[in-house]
Write a protein that binds this ligand. Structure first.
Ligand code: ADP
Ligand code: MG
Length: 702
C-alpha cells in the first residue's frame, strides 16, 4: 500500500486573460511509506509545484492527491492543519525557524501546538536533540546565531517532533556548503529508513548518492521514474496523535510579540488611556453636572426673590400677531394665589422707586454697571446667611444699610481703590407722577426724589456665572423709607399725609409705578426647590419670574450643550482609539506574515494565529484599562479643582473612588466589557480583510 497517490494532477497558472501555463501536466505517481525519493529536473520544470501538492502548500487544478487513501484537498481547515501538524514535516531551503527563539523552543513548538505541556515538550525536544547528537551548548542558543547547517538540522528535528510519516524537503541543501550538505543528507537518509523523505534538489551528485528513487521532470511532466517496487514495504499504522490542542503556546508567542513591539506600542496604550479617561470624565460630567450646577446656582443672594405678574394677549383681527400686555394682578387674584402658594411673602413691587438701575455714586463718581435688588429682610431666614464673606449683615432692616456682592466689592476696590466695607454710597432716582382727581380738575403733580446714602455693611459671595455687581437692600427697610416720605402736593390737596408707599395702592394695574407686578420673597431660603416648582406649575395668565432662576436655567442649558458636545467629541475619540487598535493589529499581523506562515506550515490553525494578535491587542487594552482606572480619579480631582477655581463649580465631574468602586462596579465593568468587545472587533476586522497568508508566497523561493 502507498502512503501517497497522485492521480492525474494538473496545475494550471493563468498568465494573463488568454494564456495559461501548465506547471504540472497529468502527473501520476505513488509514494511508499519509507525510502528516499528525489524529484529532479531543470529549474522551472515543476518540481516544487509537485512537492507542494503533498504539503498542501498548493492545490491541484485538477486531479487528486491521496494520503492514506484520503483526498487531502477535501480536508476542512482543521483537518488540514492537523495534517500539517502531525503527518508531514516541511523542510525549506531557507530553514524558516523562529529566529529570535532558542533551538529547543523551535523544536518544541509543533509539540506544544499539538497539545502537550511545556515539560513534556521540553523533554521530547531534548530526546530528539540527543538522538541526533546535537551539541548540548546549542540547545539554548538563539536560532539567529546558528550556522546554516545547524539551522537546517534544527528545522529537520522540528519537523520530526510530532513523529510525522513523511518529510518533504525543497532544496534542503540549497543554502548550504558541501560539508553541511553532507551532514544534512546523512540525517535525511537516516530518517528515510523509517519514514518517507521526498526531496527536490538540483544537486545531481547528492541525489544519485542518497536516493532510493529518482523522479525526473521536464515541463511539468514526469519523464523518468526509476521506481523499483520493493516488497518489504509495510503499512504503517498511524499512531494515535494528541487530539486535543492546547493554546498555552499562543501566550508565549503573544508575550514575545508584545515584548518585541512594546516600545512602539506605548503610543497605542496612551491613546487607549486617553480614550478611556475621556470616557470616564464624560460619564462623570454627565452624572455630576446637574447637581453641581444647581448647587452653585443656589448661591445667589436674591434666589428667593421673584415677580408675579399677569399676562394677557389679545389677537389683532385679520392678523397672526397678537398684542400681549403685562399687568399687576388684582388683589383678589393675589389672595387666591397666596392661598395656593403660601411659602412666599407677597408685597408691592418697589422697583419703580428703587430702580435696579438707580444711579449709584461714590462721592461725585457714578459707579457704572451696578444694580440694586431687594431681599426681604436681613433679620429672618428668607436669606442665606452662609453667603456672607466679609463684614456683617445690617443690624436691622434699615434702607440705609445694605450688603453688596463679591463682584461689586471687587469693582469698587479695583476701580476706586477704596475699601467698600462701611463705605457710604449715594443712591439717586427721580420721577414725576400726576394725579387726576377728576376729569375737570387739573392734574396734581408730584416729584419723587430718591437721594440718600447707603452704608455697605457686608459682602456676600455669589455664584459667578452671569454675575454682575449688585447692591442688596432690605425690602422692609425700603418700604419703611417710602412710607416716611410723602407726596407734598397730593397731601395738601387731600389734607392728609399720603406717603409714596401708600400711593402704590392707589394706582391702577397698568401704571408704571406698579412695576406691573407683585414682588414675592421665599419665606425660607432653604426652600429654593419650591420656587422652581411654583414657576413650573403656575398657570397662565400668571407668570412668576425670577432672575436667579433664569440665570440657573440658562446655565443648565449651556452645561447640557457642553455635555452633548463632549459626548460627540467622545465618540470621535473612541472611534479614533478603535481605529488605532485596528491599525496596530493590522500592522502587527502584516509585519509578522512570515512568522505566521511558519506557524501555519508546522500546523497552527488560522484561529490560533488570530488569537496571537487578539491576545496582543487585549494586552494593550488591558494595560490601558488599568492605567486609566488608576489615573482617572486623580485627573478628575485635578480637573474639578481647576474648574472650581476658574468657574466656581464644585465637583462638576462626579467621580470618586467610592463612586468608582461602588458595588456593583457599574461604570468600570461596563467600560471593561466594552473594551474587550472593541478590542476583538478592532483586531479581527483588519485581519479578516488582510490578504490571506500564503505559505508559498512567504516561505518559498520561487
Ligand atoms: P521548480 O522546478 O524550479 O521548482 P516550480 O515548481 O517552482 O519550478 O515552478 C514551475 C513553473 O510554474 C515555473 O515556470 C514557475 O514560473 C511557474 N509558477 C510557479 N508559481 C506560479 C504562479 N503563482 N503563477 C504563475 N506561474 C507560476
Ligand atoms: Mg523549486
Amino acid at each position: 500500500m502507498d502512503l501517497f497517490v497522485l492521480s492525474h494532477v494538473n496545475k494550471i497558472y493563468k498568465i494573463d486573460k488568454k494564456r495559461t501555463f501548465y506547471a504540472l501536466r497529468n502527473v501520476t505517481f505513488s509514494l511508499p511509506y519509507t525510502g528516499f525519493v528525489s524529484i529532479v529536473g531543470k529549474s522551472g520544470c515543476g518540481k516544487s509545484t509537485c512537492l507542494n501538492m503533498l504539503s498542501l502548500i498548493d492545490a491541484p487544478s485538477s486531479g487528486n492527491v491521496y494520503f492514506q487513501n484520503k483526498d487531502i484537498n477535501k480536508f476542512n481547515d482543521n483537518k488540514k492543519s492537523a495534517y500539517l501538524l502531525n503527518e508531514i514535516g516541511i523542510i525549506f531551503q531557507n530553514f524558516h525557524l523562529i529566529e529570535d527563539e532558542d533551538v529547543i523552543y523551535n523544536i518544541m513548538l509543533p509539540y506544544l501546538i499539538s497539545g502537550h505541556n511545556k515539560k513534556e515538550a521540553h523533554h521530547a525536544a531534548e530526546e530528539l536533540l540527543k538522538k541526533f547528537q546535537i551539541k548540548k551548548d546549542l540547545y539554548k542558543q538563539k536560532c539567529d546565531s546558528l550556522s546554516g547547517g545547524e539551522k537546517q538540522r534544527i528545522a529537520i528535528l522540528r519537523s520530526l517532533i510530532n513523529n510525522p510519516l513523511v518529510l518533504v524537503c525543497d532544496e534542503p541543501t540549497g543554502a548550504l556548503d558541501k560539508t553541511n550538505s553532507k551532514i544534512v543528507m546523512d540525517l535525511l537518509k537516516n530518517i528515510s529508513k523509517e519514514k518517507l523523505v521526498v526531496m527536490v534538489s538540483h544537486n545531481k551528485k547528492l541525489v544519485d548518492e542518497y536516493s532510493d528513487r529518482i523522479i525526473e521532470m521536464c515541463d511539468g511532466k514526469i519523464i523518468r521514474d526509476n521506481y523499483k517496487i520493493t516488497t518489504d514495504i509495510k503499512y504503517v499504522k498511524n499512531e494515535k496523535k494528541h487530539a486535543k490542542r492546547a493554546s498555552n503556546w499562543l501566550n508565549h508567542i503573544s508575550f514575545k510579540n508584545i515584548k518585541r513591539r512594546f516600545k512602539r506600542n506605548i503610543f497605542t496604550i496612551l491613546s487607549i488611556v486617553f480614550g478611556l479617561v475621556s470616557t470616564y470624565i464624560v460619564i462623570g460630567f454627565s452624572l455630576g453636572k446637574d447637581k453641581s450646577v444647581i448647587n452653585e446656582s443656589y448661591k445667589q443672594f436674591d434666589y428667593g426673590s421673584a415677580t408675579l405678574s399677569k399676562e394677557t394677549s389679545k389677537p389683532i383681527s385679520n392678523s397672526v400677531i397678537s398684542i400681549s400686555q403685562t399687568f399687576k394682578p388684582s388683589l383678589v387674584e393675589k389672595e387666591e394665589l397666596m392661598e395656593k402658594f403660601d411659602q412666599f411673602f407677597y408685597v408691592d413691587n418697589l422697583d419703580a422707586f428703587i430702580s435696579p438701575v438707580s444711579t449709584i455714586l461714590i462721592g461725585e463718581n457714578i459707579i457704572e454697571n451696578i444694580t440694586c435688588y431687594p431681599i426681604y429682610s436681613f433679620e429672618d431666614q428668607s436669606i442665606d446667611k452662609q453667603l456672607l464673606i466679609r463684614g456683617k449683615f445690617p443690624f436691622s432692616n434699615n434702607f440705609a444699610h445694605v450688603v453688596i456682592n463679591k463682584s461689586a466689592y471687587e469693582l469698587i476696590l479695583n476701580q476706586y481703590k477704596i475699601n467698600p466695607l462701611n463705605l457710604s454710597v449715594r443712591i439717586k432716582n427721580q420721577f414725576e407722577t400726576i394725579y387726576y382727581p377728576s376729569d375737570e380738575l387739573e392734574g396734581i403733580k408730584d416729584t419723587f426724589i430718591l437721594d440718600t446714602n447707603l452704608t455697605i455693611d457686608g459682602v456676600v459671595d455669589e455664584f459667578s456665572f452671569l454675575d454682575t455687581p449688585k447692591i442688596f437692600y432690605s425690602y422692609i427697610g425700603a418700604a419703611d423709607y417710602l412710607n416716611s416720605i410723602t407726596l407734598n402736593n397730593l397731601s395738601n390737596f387731600v389734607h392728609r399725609d399720603i406717603s409714596w408707599l401708600s400711593r402704590i395702592e392707589m394706582i391702577s394695574a397698568n401704571d408704571p409705578l406698579s412695576s406691573y407686578s407683585y414682588r414675592l420673597f421665599l419665606k425660607d431660603s432653604n426652600n429654593k426647590d419650591y420656587l422652581k416648582k411654583v414657576i413650573s406649575t403656575i398657570n397662565a395668565p400668571f407668570v412668576l419670574t425670577s432672575g436667579a432662576f433664569i440665570r440657573e436655567s440658562s446655565l443648565i442649558e449651556l452645561v447640557n450643550a457642553a455635555d452633548s458636545t463632549m459626548k460627540l467629541f467622545l465618540v470621535v475619540i473612541l472611534l479614533g482609539t478603535i481605529f488605532i487598535i485596528g491599525i496596530l493589529s493590522f500592522f502587527c499581523y502584516n509585519e509578522d506574515k512570515k512568522r505566521s506562515a511558519i506557524l501555519s506550515a508546522i500546523g497552527a490553525r488560522k484561529g490560533d494565529i488570530f488569537s496571537i494578535y487578539i491576545n496582543e491587542s487585549l494586552f494593550y487594552v488591558l494595560i490601558g484599562y488599568l492605567i486609566s482606572l488608576l489615573i482617572t480619579i486623580p485627573i478628575t480631582n485635578l480637573a474639578n479643582s481647576i474648574i472650581s477655581k476658574h468657574y466656581y463649580f464644585h465637583s462638576i465631574i462626579n467621580l470618586s473612588w467610592d463612586k468608582f468602586l461602588e458595588v456593583p462596579f457599574f461604570i468600570p465593568i461596563i467600560v471593561f466589557i466594552t473594551c474587550i468587545f472593541v478590542a476583538l472587533i478592532a483586531t479581527l476586522f483588519p485581519m479578516v480583510f488582510s490578504k490571506k497568508i500564503s505559505i508559498k508566497d512567504e516561505l518559498q523561493n520561487i
